[in-house]
Design a protein around this ligand. Structure first.
Ligand code: ADP
Length: 447
């Protein structure tokens, strides 16, 4: 059993992991850059250690700095949170080479799923339905145009190394292909140092539905239903809910079993998310994330489980603490992402928080590392909090969200809070009638 875990992350997710450690009687080590010396994760952990200057390549992404921090503090395992090193297969290898445990899947699974082409091939072979598209990478424009005609426009050109919505371009017609292909390639080259792209049918009215899976690394796995993350801007999630407003229990059981069986067959260890587009009753695999997701709390709320605790247990070699039959959905949960951003431009707004007050009451969870006087640094992503509500059903969750947003105070900087007040007034949000394109067209009309 672990006595001490190092958390290679910052912000709300570092707190999330520290909290799980404390409840399990495990000591926690926070790491921080010089920009985060006063941060809440540093204050809340049992120990803290500075690992470098503000830019993440020299601190939160530095292998030697993080491994040394483990050696200095005697931490036996590393929890990567999400982002940073959470999906870096080379890092996992280095961690293991130092006799430490990485709390997450094995390097080989991270590597296979980190390349979207090998991920799709693997999933297809495991019986998971995929979006129709190219067989592997598309080497040149000529092939791209040929495939466009075969698959039928619109199509989307995507970077195999993609993430965070980058390196994706839609071509609605044959004429648009040249530009889409070249732009996706150069974006991919710049962002990921790998210009390989592939092509998929572009679905015009899908929802983004993702299945939470959990494996014990020994051939057993369960699913924890779906999250609907269709409310997106520039392919980035803004609001997530569980269960999905349009998914039936039969659909959930069917796709959930396909996903759980797939990860069981590859001996997957820990938490994973299999992402689909869902249109006209059909699921189409797009990618798998081999880590804890930002939006995991909505799943925790409706299933009454602690996914971080489960990750730690599996990393210790323990069996899953629940069976598929144990996992029953109760009520409805919604999460909104509070960002330090000015709406409607979504421009980052770091700065000093003059007043912070978290909402509370029945069915309200606020995951945030904010405090009065905290200065949001400009170096990292703009997520400053997640407000999660849980109700007996969707209408109750929506009413609770409106109530909790009314209590939440974040003064001193611009945030995305006003966006959610406006969204909740929309009939389509109230009824759950939205696709992945709804938010962007609403933003255009509204602001
Ligand atoms: P990333 O890894 O960059 O997040 P994903 O493959 O997960 O990229 O896709 C992110 C989002 O892009 C999806 O949730 C969806 O909104 C959109 N998208 C991706 N593939 C398609 C497709 N074939 N058709 C329509 N939209 C797509």
């Amino acid at each position: 059993m672990f006595e001490k875990i190092l958390i290679a992350n910052r912000g709300e997710i570092a707190l999330r992991v520290i909290r799980a450690c404390r409840e399990m009687g495990i000591a926690s080590v926070a790491v921080h850059s010089t920009a985060d010396a006063d941060a809440m994760h540093v204050r809340m952990a049992d120990e803290a250690i500075c690992i470098g200057p503000p830019p993440s390549p020299q601190s939160y992404l530095s292998f030697p700095a993080i491994i040394s921090a483990c050696e200095v503090t005697g931490a036996q395992a590393i929890h990567p949170g999400y982002g940073f090193l959470s999906e870096n297969a080379s890092f996992v290898q280095v961690v293991e080479d130092h006799g430490l445990t990485f709390i997450g899947p094995r390097a080989e699974h991270i590597r296979v799923m980190g390349d979207k082409i090998t991920a799709k091939d693997t999933m297809k072979a495991l019986g998971v339905p995929c979006v129709p598209g190219s067989e592997g990478g598309v080497p040149d424009l000529e092939t791209a145009q040929k495939l466009g005609a075969e698959i039928g426009y619109p199509v989307i050109v995507k970077a195999t190394a993609g993430g965070g919505g980058r390196g994706m371009k839609v071509a609605h017609t044959a004429e648009e292909m040249e530009r889409a292909f070249q732009t996706a390639r150069s974006e991919a080259k710049n962002a990921f140092g790998n210009d390989e792209v592939y092509i998929e049918k572009y679905l015009t009215t899908p929802r983004h539905i993702e299945i939470q899976v959990f494996g014990d690394g020994k051939g057993n796995a369960v699913h924890l239903g779906e999250r609907d993350c269709s409310l997106q801007r520039r392919h980035q999630k803004v609001l997530e809910e569980a269960p999905g407003p349009v998914i039936t229990p039969a659909e959930r059981a069917e796709i959930g079993k396909v996903c759980a069986d797939a990860v069981a067959r590859i001996n997957y260890a820990g938490a994973g998310t299999i992402e689909f587009l869902y249109e006209k009753g059909e699921f189409y695999f797009i990618e798998m994330n081999t880590r804890l997701q930002v939006e995991h709390p909505v799943t925790e709320a409706v299933f009454g489980v602690d996914l971080v605790r489960e990750q730690i247990r599996v990393a210790e070699g323990l069996p899953l603490s629940f069976t598929q039959e144990d996992l029953q959905i109760s009520g409805h949960a919604i999460e909104v992402r509070i960002n330090a951003e000015k709406i409607p431009e979504f421009a980052p707004r770091p700065g000093r928080i003059s007043q912070y007050h978290a909402p509370g009451g029945l069915g309200v969870r606020m995951d945030s590392a904010l405090f009065n006087g905290y200065v949001v640094p400009p170096y990292y992503d703009s997520l400053i909090g997640k407000l999660i509500v849980h109700g007996r059903d969707r209408p109750e969750a929506l009413a609770r969200l409106a109530r909790a947003l009314g209590e939440l105070i974040v003064d001193g900087i611009d945030t995305s809070i006003p966006l959610f007040h406006d969204l909740l007034a929309e009939p389509d949000i109230q009824t759950g009638n939205y696709t992945i394109h709804w938010l962007e067209s609403w933003l255009k009309e509204r602001y």
